[in-house]
Ligand binder design. Structure first.
Ligand code: TMP
Length: 201
């Protein structure tokens, strides 16, 4: 039995966390073992790195990209890799595709350069399916509660992130799928589970 690594992506305020919870609940109801994680975070070290990433006063763009990759290396080693190895499904709120969109594209570090750093961090443990929840970035920002350092970059940055996700989906259509946020979380979760089961079985 092999597991499945499903990642949810999107701009701030797209509703990823709620949909991720609904997806996990639906998979559990089918009798699957499900491990839910979030990035940045998901391990004790990763949660410390998250605090730095979201609340430090100043951070150079490559320091930011490297810290995202570092928390991801820990998450993959400690949680995601072992879960997949025992046949569990992993539902992740963000993944290395966030780094490609935010640091690689929107911040301008270069998608391929950021991909390379992340390949060192995660090796072959990459999501089987990446679902981008497509939501208007301006509405997403308006919906945001606590604004963190990256969420506070403003509307132009969020629009660049949204466009970046569309480019990533166009470049990797078999792995990255855009799903419009046009229904409630349970309906979206049903569609996403169908996509994941088609991909992973
Ligand atoms: P969250 O709001 O989904 O918890 O994510 C935290 C913030 O970190 C959000 O603004 C997106 C950003 N982020 C990146 O810039 N690069 C990454 O690789 C990840 C995982 C998140």
């Amino acid at each position: 039995m092999s597991g499945c690594y499903l990642a949810l992506e999107g701009v701030e305020g797209a509703g990823k966390s709620t949909v991720a919870g609904a997806v996990a609940a639906r998979l559990r109801a089918e009798g699957r073992e499900v491990v839910e994680v979030r990035e940045p975070g998901g391990t004790p070290l990763g949660e410390e790195i998250r605090r730095l990433l979201l609340h430090a006063d100043d951070m150079a763009p490559w320091a930011e990209a490297m810290l995202f990759a570092a928390q991801r290396a820990q998450l993959v080693a400690e949680v995601v890799g072992p879960a997949l190895a025992r046949g569990a499904w992993v539902v992740s709120d963000r993944s290395y595709y966030s780094s490609l969109a935010y640091q690689g594209d929107a911040r301008g570090l270069g998608v391929e350069a950021v991909r390379q750093v992340n390949e060192w961090a995660v090796g072959s443990v990459v999501p089987d399916l990446v679902v981008v929840l497509d939501f208007d970035p301006d509405r997403g920002l308006a919906r945001q509660g606590d604004v963190d350092r990256i969420g506070g970059q403003g509307p132009d940055f969020q629009r660049r992130v949204a466009a970046a996700y569309h480019r990533l989906a166009a470049a990797e259509p078999s792995r990255v799928v855009v799903v419009p946020v046009d229904a409630d979380p349970d309906v979206l979760a049903e569609r996403i589970v169908e996509l994941a089961e088609a991909r992973c079985g």
